[in-house]
Design a protein around this ligand. Structure first.
Ligand code: MTE
Ligand code: MOS
Length: 747
């Protein structure tokens, strides 16, 4: 089934934040942000801006009625800089004017005298200075020190990984409209309506029941709007509260790139020990996470790096330590994979490094160490593993040996073009690692005309969650999808939402929707029994808009049944709650069962490198992917294709560049290259893993949002192999492997 948004997307009729008709009297905000990365705010002059055409107000930290604080995990993030600035792009003041144009002009006229302080952009420097946002986190299993002593081979190395700009097509933005008695209604392009509500309440001193947040859909979030949508909503809220007018702010692309955080860059050390049979016996890793200037979501991102530090492998002795390092960059944040990709790249680098030194293929080491059923992850959960099955099903279908031989034959006959092939297994845990976040609610109304309205805490951002919610209701009620409408995500209808993140939105909100629909359905069955002369509810089913008795169609239609229930004063509405059972994690021991289940997969990535120019093309990504049992193959295959391309972009061409002064140089699409239609793989093949295993996913259809991104990591290792086929060299494990870096390694 197609994504229910596809038609309105293609026609340009889908409504995003900037399409919401503005109310008469709406004002527009624009931020004046810090031109330097660290300094003391000595003085400010806003007078010229205040007298600028169309300006209603210029707002600084001292004007706030509430607290100047939007930090969700650690209160270290002022909405507007006060006293000091901590990154270039940090909001300092807000110009509010009658038009966008006037607001932008006014913001440019704000002057600040900032006395520069030392700028730190390197996480290792921050760690050496003791500037950690939270204490280091550690996973330990077995005894690495003892294990290394008994290893036949031990290798050490270092990896560097750069950030990644989210580049959601719709930039950040919000629109605040005053409501009665001093309340506010916020339209926001956010993955976390409740997070926005909390931030708005903090800066305005309003209670949560006075603030309504409404989200129609996002033009992409990718994690970048899980926490970082808060500031813009808070800015509009403050401006609206102080001017008593509706206030809107939709960021320009360059503002968005400059002022918002990205995927976390990491610098990491690894040490890997193997026995004579190439079994990995011990693994140590230290991760230095570049968190940026404030906490944001850095600690949970860092935790997921630890959770996925052994990827799809079983390693009996593991010590992994992670440091959350404060630097003078915009606060880095969630990005598809949420720290998982960073952890996986390091173990894959360690394996590639060992393989190169030992003169074997990485695939040989990878395959020998895949995690099996009952093996323990470093965090204590026992695997219900399909790592080996996904590997063998991918091999059976795509024939690794053959693909490798093709590449070798090609290389033997080609001087300047070289091919490389790499295997990329992936194992990704599904659930928020913070257990309390694994809950969701759904509100379902059946109207007397038989149409159904569903509201959940899930936010549609292109991933098709609304289509899946509609499918759930349609399936339970035996209706066509057209009878179901999924409505905006709204904090008055659904309270205390978890953000749409961790790939868990369809599971959590889908299960809540299923419960709500089944509750209504069971009530309807009671009404139906005498009408269709059935004895028990078991005999009754709903299908094609009719009531069936013992699998035979009756003359009772869905619509008549609904109306009859209403006349009998039976409730046609339900608000349901779902909390994932059986999960938990204890940080005092760093052990537990944090994930409802894991998603497994194995990809083979093939590339061709032009060794004269350093350019490369991705020939194919062929994967065997664990969908469980997909409830929507069109949507899920789209997630796989998009995830792979986004992952490829991260490891190959997307290069976030800050200079040593902490200023973003790759600050526009002219200087930041993302994959386009020409850089996507020539072939993406998807083989669904065949498994009969039960899981906790909605209708057994496993979460699919993030895991495929990590198949893209294989492109780095494939390019590396092609480079080494041209020249015996050891490129640094340094992402992204841009054509420029490839060339520097070749010559
Ligand atoms: N797909 C599209 N088209 N747009 C997005 O913003 N975000 C990704 C993924 N797929 C995203 C996407 C991220 S980071 C997550 S966590 C999941 O979708 C969230 O949605 P889900 O929980 O419904 O999978
Ligand atoms: Mo996704 S990074 O969990 O929003």
């Amino acid at each position: 089934m197609k994504n229910i948004d596809s038609k309105s997307h293609v026609r340009g009729e889908s409504v995003y934040l900037d399409d919401i008709p503005v109310v008469h009297g709406t004002l527009f905000a624009c931020v004046f942000d810090s031109p330097i990365a660290h300094g003391k705010l000595r003085s400010m002059d806003t007078s010229e801006a205040e007298n600028s055409e169309g300006v209603f107000k210029v707002i600084t930290a001292k004007d706030l009625i509430g607290e100047n604080q939007i930090g969700g995990i650690v209160p270290d993030e002022p909405l507007l800089a006060d006293g000091e600035v901590h990154f270039a792009g940090q909001p300092i003041a807000i110009a509010v004017a009658a038009s966008e144009e006037f607001a932008r002009k006014a913001a440019k006229k704000i002057k600040a005298e900032i006395e520069p302080l030392e700028v730190v952009t390197d996480p290792r420097v921050a760690a050496a200075n003791g500037d950690l946002i939270v204490p280091p986190k550690k996973f330990v299993m077995g005894d690495t020190a003892a294990a290394f002593a008994g290893c036949k081979y031990v290798f050490e190395g270092r990896t560097e990984q750069n950030g990644q700009e989210h580049l959601y097509i719709e930039t950040q933005g919000a629109y605040a409209v005053p409501t009665e008695q001093g309340g506010l209604k916020l339209y926001s392009s956010t993955q976390g309506p409740t997070a926005v509500q909390r931030a708005v309440c903090s800066v305005t001193s309003l209670a949560m029941h006075e603030v309504e947040v409404d989200v129609q859909r996002l033009g992409g979030g990718f994690g970048g709007k899980e926490d970082q949508a808060n500031a813009w909503a808070a800015i509009c809220a403050v401006a609206s509260q102080l001017t008593k007018r509706p206030v809107k702010y939709a960021l320009h692309r360059m503002e968005d790139m400059r002022m918002t955080g990205k995927r976390h860059p990491y610098s990491s050390d690894f040490k890997i020990g193997l026995d004579k049979n190439l079994k990995i016996v011990a693994y140590e890793a230290s991760f230095y996470q570049n968190a940026g200037a404030s906490c944001d979501l850095s600690p949970p991102v860092l935790e997921r790096t630890l959770f996925h530090c052994t990827n799809s492998y079983f390693i009996p002795n593991v010590t992994a330590t992670a440091y959350c390092c404060r630097t003078n960059l915009p606060p880095n944040t969630a990005f598809r994979g949420f720290g998982g990709p960073q952890g996986m790249f390091v173990i894959e680098s360690a394996i590639a490094h060992a393989a190169e030194k030992l003169g074997v293929t990485a695939a040989e080491i990878q395959q020998k160490n895949l995690i099996d059923d009952g093996d323990e992850f470093p965090y204590g959960q026992l695997a219900e593993s399909d790592a080996i099955t996904s590997w063998s099903q991918a091999d059976a279908k795509y024939d690794f040996a053959h693909l490798q031989k093709d590449a070798d034959d090609f290389n033997a006959g080609s001087k300047y073009f070289k091919k490389g092939v790499a295997m990329m297994p992936v194992c990704f845990g599904i659930s928020f690692t913070k257990t309390p976040m694994n809950q969701a609610r759904s509100l379902v109304h059946v109207y007397t005309d038989g149409s159904v309205a569903v509201s959940t805490g899930a936010v549609e951002m292109g991933q098709g969650v609304n289509t899946k919610m509609a499918q759930v209701a349609a399936k339970v009620f035996g209706l066509g999808i057209g009878k179901v409408r999924v409505h905006t995500t709204n904090t008055l209808r659904i309270a205390n939402t978890s953000p749409t993140a961790a790939s868990a939105a369809a599971d959590l909100n889908g299960k809540a929707t299923q419960i709500a629909c089944e509750t209504i359905r069971d009530r309807l069955f009671e009404v139906a029994l005498p009408l269709v002369e059935a004895e028990t509810a078991e005999a009754v089913t709903l299908n094609d808009g009719f009531v069936y008795r013992n699998d035979e169609k009756t003359s009772l239609t869905w619509q008549n049944l609904v109306m009859e229930a209403h006349l009998q004063r039976v409730s046609l509405s339900e608000h349901s709650h779902y909390a994932t059972p059986g999960i938990g994690f204890d940080w005092t021991t760093a052990k537990g069962h944090p994930f409802a289940y894991h998603v497994y997969g194995t990809a083979i990535v093939g590339v061709t490198v032009d060794c004269l120019r350093g350019r490369y093309e991705v020939d194919y990504v062929k994967c065997c992917h664990d969908f469980g049992s997909s409830m929507n193959t069109a949507v899920d295959n789209g997630q796989i294709e998009g995830g792979i391309v986004q992952g490829l972009g991260w490891v190959t061409m997307e290069e976030v560049v800050y200079d040593t002064a902490g200023k973003l140089r790759s600050n526009a699409l002219s200087t930041y290259k993302v994959p386009d239609i020409y850089s996507i793989p020539k072939e993406i093949a998807i083989l669904p893993l065949e498994t009969a295993r039960e899981n906790l996913a909605i209708f057994n259809s496993k979460a699919v949002g993030e895991p495929p991104l990590m198949y893209g990591i294989g492109a780095y290792f494939a390019i590396r192999k092609a480079v080494r086929a041209f020249k015996d060299c050891s490129p640094e494990f340094d992402l992204p492997f841009t054509p420029e870096k490839v060339l520097m390694n070749l010559y």
